[in-house]
Design a protein around this ligand. Structure first.
Ligand SMILES: N[C@@H](CCC(=O)N[C@@H](CS)C(=O)NCC(=O)O)C(=O)O
Length: 312
């Protein structure tokens, strides 16, 4: 069991954090391979052999590769014996509800919100907590991604389709992220989702007579839906927008939930890992590409965007 799993991930990556928390909760040992997104390692041919979509996390179990954070969590649930159940059986009502909440939280456009805040700093209330050079690299890399993908497609023709499809996604996302109105709309849409979370936590606490008891989305039972919510709340804190969504006056149950999750051992381990990473990546190790397209790349950007519009 000790050497069974290899996780390709990065502690700062939102979707990786979900899987890491699940592994910690279930106390499943795993080998780690950090994929440095700032350096574009997710697009290197060796990683595309593992996940042709060029996304982390990816879990290797022997020769088998599992991708998509929720799929990985479900896979761990069904293949590893553990006393901890994160994904209750869907033949019970609680299992169906956990599944519904996981899907609902998956609808949050985390990439648009995160990059949107980094691109439009004025949307953050207390300021993004990511180190400045990380924000700077994220900003510059996003703008340069299209050019990078086109160069990679030329250099590694066997992955040409992957790079071209990623460059299409990038062009579309870039437009959304740069449009402050769209980013503000995503922030607004989050209000309804968090209202639902507040109601769930409130009803969870109404069913309990013990004030000090830990209460999660589904009572005292901690599930994969809590993992999805915890990672989201911590992302809001990192972006400096948490006070918009939860405080003593606004969604107090969510505030209590947020404080409680910080005390959880698995979360503590992950936050410590994030802190170590933040301290150890020196600025000069970050590979920054300037956002200056060559004329040919600009032309391709325009063509890709026209293709995207035509498909809509
Ligand atoms: N739906 C996927 C999303 C994975 C994802 O978007 N991962 C991000 C990091 S949080 C990534 O690898 N981005 C790199 C890229 O798109 O080039 C999941 O749940 O695992």
């Amino acid at each position: 069991m000790k050497n069974r799993f290899m996780l390709y991930f990065h502690p700062l990556s939102f979707y990786s954090q979900k899987v890491v928390l699940a592994l910690y909760e279930k106390e499943i040992p795993f080998k780690r391979h950090y994929v440095n997104l700032l350096a574009g390692q997710q697009n290197e041919p060796w990683f595309l052999e593992i996940n042709p979509k060029g996304k982390i996390p990816a879990l290797k179990d022997g020769d088998k590769v599992i991708v998509e954070s929720d799929n990985i969590i479900d896979y761990l649930e069904s293949t590893v014996q553990s006393v901890v159940t994160l994904v209750p059986d869907e033949s019970f009502e609680v299992g169906q509800e956990v599944s519904r909440i996981r899907k609902l939280l998956n609808c949050v456009k985390v990439e648009i919100i995160s990059y949107g805040i980094i691109m439009h700093e004025e949307l953050s209330i207390t300021g993004c907590k990511l180190p400045f050079y990380v924000q700077k690299t994220m900003k510059e890399n996003y703008g340069a991604r299209l050019g990078t993908m086109l160069k990679l497609a030329e250099k590694n023709p066997s992955f040409r389709d992957t790079y071209l499809s990623k460059s299409q996604q990038t062009a579309q996302r870039f437009e959304q992220i740069m449009d402050i109105e769209q980013v503000m709309q995503e922030l607004e849409d989050l209000e309804d989702i968090l209202d639902e979370m507040e109601t769930l936590i409130m009803s969870s606490s109404e069913g309990s007579s013990d004030y000090d008891q830990e209460l999660w989305l589904f009572g005292s039972r901690f599930t994969a839906a809590d993992i999805s919510l915890i990672v989201l709340l911590n992302r809001l804190v990192m972006l400096g927008i948490d006070s918009r969504y939860f405080s003593e006056d606004r969604r107090p149950y969510l505030l209590k939930y947020h404080k409680q999750q910080l005390e959880r051992a698995s979360v503590g381990r992950l936050l410590k890992e994030i802190e170590t990473i933040r301290k150890t990546i020196p600025a000069d190790k970050c590979h920054c590409e300037k956002n200056n397209f060559k004329p040919m790349e600009l032309l391709l950007l325009v063509i890709l965007q026209i293709q995207i519009y035509l498909k809509m």
